[in-house]
Design a protein around this ligand. Structure first.
Ligand SMILES: NC(=O)c1ccc[n+]([C@@H]2O[C@H](COP(=O)([O-])OP(=O)(O)OC[C@H]3O[C@@H](n4cnc5c(N)ncnc54)[C@H](O)[C@@H]3O)[C@@H](O)[C@H]2O)c1
Ligand SMILES: [Zn+2]
Length: 361
């Protein structure tokens, strides 16, 4: 099989992520190595279903699984308790029980809600992730965070439910629109800043757009899964602070998302948030202005925004941040980088620092 396998393991969980080309056709074979169950539901959204449901069904049927596809509307609105309930109802009607399992086929929205449904259906059944966006391959499919949104905010209800296996068919990204590809690159650049200076340099110096070369993209995705895997291995429940490093750029990024009613995509907000985090790191962690310039250059190279669009109310961003869950006991826990490839959580960052960084965006 033309693929790499990354082990993801920690306290009470162990599974593999397969990364390669043409893996959808092999998905049944890969799944057979982790389960002897038969009945499975493939949860997809309209887009991932249109492109891949039939092929995934075939791949599973060919290995003596009995798959049944359920399609939900595309978009963040589908990540709701109502939708999760409807999926459970449909699964009961279709005859699924405790011996069944769930396959999530799609981006992060599908990964999160299908994982949540798997976690709660009959008190929990296995979940297989088949991510089809770059963001889902390098970020959301790894680490077991599942859940849905409430009116009051995103991801407020959820369960840690690690998948049985993750299958990343990089060929699936061929149909992904450029603005969605970019959202994944924001998290990749985040990984480079917090953990992998070599990857940062590789991305900065690469001549060919990386997504034009399938093999280079396989290697890049593999490298990013390994970074996230190493972090969740020691802290899947965000207890020790290690997993919090993945929030680099996210404090300000989430503030921008909320201040603009989620009209700007997540990766774009995180991109602008990373520019702010770099400015704060200069003040509080000894980060150099030169490396800040390199971060901005790399974000621009991947068509990611590095400044706030005109008309965004900076006060609203500050207000949103003030309500952020990362303020523990009144203290701001802000992820800073002293140099590219390294990051830590700092309690020295003040609201004034954040305000100044946002004013400069
Ligand atoms: N669980 C976690 O740890 C974690 C981490 C980061 C983000 N998330 C969540 O992930 C979600 C965002 O994920 P996303 O960026 O993948 O968004 P998404 O799932 O909404 O997918 C983006 C768009 O691409 C379409 N699409 C998916 N695959 C495609 C393909 N191969 N070709 C063409 N179109 C395709 C989708 O239908 C959708 O319209 C958010 O809800 C976020 O909260 C979760
Ligand atoms: Zn993110």
């Amino acid at each position: 099989m033309n693929s790499d396998v990354i082990e993801i393991s920690g306290d009470g969980f162990r599974y593999s992520a397969f990364v390669g080309r043409g893996l959808i056709a092999k998905a049944g074979e890969i799944a057979r190595n982790v389960t002897d169950r038969k009945h499975c539901t493939i949860i997809a959204d309209q887009n991932s279903a249109r492109f891949f449901s039939d092929r995934v069904c075939e791949a599973f049927a060919s290995r003596n699984f009995s798959p049944q596809a359920i399609t939900i509307p595309a978009g963040e609105k589908s990540k709701s308790l109502m939708q999760a309930g409807e999926l459970c109802d449909e699964m009961i009607k279709a005859g699924f029980d405790r011996s069944s399992f769930v396959i999530g086929l799609g981006g992060g929205v599908i990964g999160d809600i299908s994982g949540f449904v798997a976690a709660i259906f009959q008190r929990g059944i296995p979940h297989i992730q088949i991510p089809t966006t770059l963001l889902a391959m390098v970020d959301s499919s790894i680490g077991g965070k599942t859940g849905v949104n409430l009116e009051a905010g995103k991801n407020l209800v959820g369960v840690i439910h690690h998948p049985a296996v993750i299958i990343c068919d990089v060929d699936a990204l061929e149909t992904l629109p450029p603005q969605e590809l970019r959202q994944g690159y924001a998290e990749i650049i985040k990984h480079a800043i917090i953990r992998d200076a070599d990857m940062f340099d590789d991305l900065l110096s690469s001549q060919v757009p990386i997504h034009r070369s399938g093999d280079a993209l396989v290697e890049l995705i593999r490298r990013n899964i390994a970074i996230k895997a190493r972090i969740v291995a020691v802290d899947d429940r965000e207890m020790s602070g290690e997993r919090a490093l993945l929030n680099f750029g996210h404090t300000v990024g989430h503030g921008i998302e909320r201040a603009t009613d989620f009209k700007i995509p997540h990766g774009d907000c995180v991109s602008i948030g990373m520019v702010a985090a770099c400015a704060i790191s200069i003040q509080r962690a000894g980060f150099s202005a030169k490396q800040r310039g390199q971060v901005v250059a790399l974000l621009k190279k991947f068509s990611l925004p590095t400044q706030l669009p005109a008309g965004v109310d900076r006060e609203k961003i500050i207000e949103a941040i003030a309500h952020d869950k990362k303020f523990l006991g009144g203290k701001i826990r802000f992820v800073v980088t002293p140099k590219i490839g390294d990051a830590h959580v700092s309690s020295d960052v003040t609201m004034d620092d954040i305000q100044a960084a946002i004013a400069a965006l």
